[in-house]
Write a protein that binds this ligand. Structure first.
Ligand code: GLN
Length: 456
């Protein structure tokens, strides 16, 4: 804990943490020492973690990297962090992220971008660690914590994990409680672990997962011992390669990474089969209707009355001006864009044309996966991202759609509620990490992680 605290305090340049909590960390670490001494130590006991700023942590600033939650200190602790602390884990601080988890580069944060600890060979260009869990990714990759929590609505655990060369797991929707995790798009949001390897991810996921009566979409299913499922034996497993993920303009190095990954699994005894997910091309546009729709509804609560910031009014101004000014000053540009798109697609005149149609597309995307899994496929292998980490500003200053395209391989998994894991398996020509994604069958995270284990 002390060495992580020291490393984190000396790494301001990465802007991975938005708050350090050394007093809490030392107190928790001492309690963990006592538990270990007493022989009562669960797997996570004494493990120093960083917590994404989207998680409510009692008495500790939790702002979802937004100015609208300026100074917000929750009165309660999220279920996931409660489980982690109960198992003896240690909180080093809160981690930077895109504002309300909207983004793929950590550049929408009110705290400024987190920086990827990796550099292109022979270049000083600062790269993004991806997003929205960019601070989590940078902190784990730079040894500023042993592991971190992330959240994933359309790729926000898996894409940053790939950009910094770590492992990131998006569990099946309903596996981890959303209670106390600040909502972005509630039907897509899932929290998960971001770790140095698959074994750590299995251990941490087991602690984070489990039924919670406080989340109505939490699944009442037993949580397996995921670590014990990492046997490395994948003989006879059927791995699907979806044709539709061979997108136009995919860099040759990503194609090679993908083919090499399939070879590794084949060499380990798996059977590699071609599969088809015909509605893939509609996933991104449907996601960027549904996620903003849910966001516009979830973010309506930030009105200057209940949480965080309240704008200063001029004389004669009333409650409407208070709402308007608070939201105008408190939200950043990307959040405003999403709220406007969301309000538009939900509006009476356009609901059928956009929101309802996108919901239908979502059903078809889910059915694509159901059909593939019905043929006995155990997991689906794809690239995690269409490129390696890009430079700060390189995408942000372009059309926002360019940034959205980065989520092409990850959003389908959220739309279908499936588990997915991103594993680092190679590097690009500049020496930057690249990752592959495995998509598992619902509730089969253990099996998925065991296959991922063979890709490390
Ligand atoms: N990049 C996607 C978005 O901006 C995904 C974000 C996420 O998974 N939280 O919506």
């Amino acid at each position: 804990t002390q060495s992580c605290l020291d490393a984190a305090a000396g790494a301001d340049a990465l802007n991975a943490y938005c708050a350090h909590t050394p007093d809490i960390a030392i107190e928790q670490a001492k309690a963990a020492d006592a538990r270990i001494g007493a022989g009562d130590a669960p797997d996570m006991c004494g493990i120093p973690l960083g917590i994404k700023d989207l998680f409510c942590t009692k008495g500790v600033k939790s702002q979802a990297a937004s100015n609208i939650l300026d100074g917000f200190k929750p009165e309660y602790e999220s279920t996931i962090t409660t489980k982690l602390w109960d198992s003896g884990a240690v909180m080093l601080g809160k981690l930077n992220m895109d504002e309300f988890a909207m983004g793929s580069s950590n550049e929408t944060s009110a705290y400024g971008p987190a920086i990827n600890p990796w550099r292109r060979e022979g270049s000083d260009t600062k790269l993004t660690p991806g997003g929205s869990s960019g601070g989590s990714a940078a902190a784990v990759a730079a040894d500023l914590c042993l592991a971190a929590t992330g959240t994933d609505t359309g790729g926000s655990i898996r894409q940053p994990a790939a950009f910094v060369g770590i492992t990131g797991v998006k569990p099946t929707y309903g596996r981890c409680s959303r209670w106390g995790v600040i909502a972005f798009a509630s039907s897509l949001d899932q929290a998960g672990p971001m770790t140095k390897d698959v074994r750590d991810a299995a251990i941490m996921l087991e602690t984070m997962a489990g039924y919670d009566a406080k989340d109505s979409t939490s699944a009442n299913l037993p949580v397996p011992n995921f670590e014990s499922m990492l046997t490395g034996d994948i003989k006879g497993k059927k791995i699907g390669i979806p044709n539709e993920y061979r997108i136009d303009g995919m860099p040759a190095e990503i194609e090679k990474l993908w083919a090499d990954g399939a070879d590794m699994l084949r060499d380990a005894g798996a059977e590699i089969v071609d599969v088809s997910l015909p509605h893939t091309k509609y996933a991104l546009p449907a996601y960027y209707v549904l996620a903003p729709a849910e966001a516009s509804s979830n973010l309506a609560r930030y009105d200057g009355v209940r949480y965080g910031k309240r704008a200063t009014l001029q004389s004669g101004e009333g409650i409407n001006e208070m709402y308007e000014r608070t939201r105008a000053e408190g939200f950043g540009d990307e959040v405003k864009r999403r709220v406007m798109i969301g309000a538009y697609v939900l509006s009476a005149g356009f609901y059928d044309a956009y929101y309802r149609r996108a919901q239908r597309v979502r059903t078809l995307i889910k059915k694509d996966f159901d059909d593939v899994y019905a043929t006995g496929v155990d997991a689906i292998l794809t690239p995690a991202t269409p490129s390696a980490a890009f430079g700060i500003g390189e995408m942000k200053n372009e059309d926002p759609i360019k940034m959205y395209l980065n989520d092409v391989f990850t959003v389908t998994v959220n739309m279908a509620g499936l588990p997915g894991v991103s594993v680092p398996t190679g590097t690009d020509a500049n020496g930057l990490p690249l990752g592959l994604q495995l998509i598992g069958r619902p509730w089969e995270e253990g099996d998925m992680l065991n296959i991922a284990y063979r890709l490390e």
